[in-house]
Ligand binder design. Structure first.
Ligand SMILES: [Zn+2]
Ligand SMILES: [Zn+2]
Length: 262
């Protein structure tokens, strides 16, 4: 069992997108807070990256989805199915899974396809929904969850996690520029922010390095971690583009990178 940090230990499991890549797995971030292990999104390849990060699927206590695009959500099905092997008895504590409004319906539609293959005993699976129109929050034993709508899909939300010692990390999921998210991220220790494409290739519903930098500067965060890189980003000086708008500590995410907070 890994040691239990007092603050938040972030591990980037996947810094990529829907594009198959050996270097960048699809989106997923692990946060370790006390005994809790939180997964944010679970794109394809997440369970393999978890193994590389020496974390068992049975250690995961919470999964929070930013939205339902397959590169963020599709490993939910194999994750639950694997949890049932050999008989589910290795999961000792309940798994809480949450997303924006519509998440329960999303699960029901998956269940109509997969049936009992993706069901767990009722005492082992909690499903929760957060408001997708305005801020929402949830107080748990080891940490607090705050959410805000993201500018991407109808159900999209961003998450701010605060541990008992006051350490804070924000995960945007996919989003366009959003003052709601810069408010959510106000003075956070770390902002893990999507940065899909270089400035010259900007598309609606996503950020570029200079827009992500602008959002981070507005929020006055302690550190900006850019992630969710399409392949064009790896042929571009992302740091230089981000430096047009953000002067603070900056990290370009890579798979299995670890960031300690607190
Ligand atoms: Zn998306
Ligand atoms: Zn995405």
């Amino acid at each position: 069992m890994p040691s239990e940090p007092i603050g938040i230990k972030v591990t980037i499991l996947g810094s990529g997108t829907c594009v198959p890549s050996l270097k960048r797995s699809s989106c997923s971030v692990l946060m370790q807070i006390g005994r809790s292990r939180l997964l944010f999104d679970s794109g394809p390849g997440t369970m393999r990256r978890l193994l590389e990060a020496e974390t068992s699927i049975f250690d995961i206590s919470h999964i929070f989805y930013s939205h339902f695009h397959p590169d963020h959500s599709s490993e939910f099905v194999p994750f639950i199915f694997a949890t049932k092997y050999p008989d589910g008895s290795r999961r000792k504590t309940p798994l809480t899974v949450g997303g924006g409004r519509g998440f329960l319906d999303f699960y029901e539609r998956l269940r109509s396809a997969y049936g009992s293959w993706i069901e767990l005993a009722p005492d082992l699976l909690n499903m929760i929904e957060f408001d997708n129109k305005k801020s929402d929050h949830l107080q748990l034993d080891d940490f607090t969850v705050e959410t805000a709508p993201a500018a991407h899909n109808e159900e999209s939300i961003a998450y701010r996690i605060t541990s008992a010692d006051g350490s804070s990390a924000v995960y945007t999921g996919d989003t366009d520029y959003s003052e709601t998210i810069s408010d959510l991220a106000k003075k956070a220790d770390v902002l893990i922010c999507e940065c899909a494409l270089p400035d010259r290739l900007r598309v609606a519903g996503h950020l570029t390095p200079s827009l992500a930098g602008d959002l981070a500067a507005r929020a006055d965060v302690g550190k900006l971690v850019l992630t969710h890189f399409y392949p064009q980003c790896d042929k571009t000086d992302i740091e230089a583009e981000c430096r047009k708008t953000f002067a603070g500590p900056l990290v370009l995410a890579e798979d299995l990178m670890e960031i300690e907070i607190g």
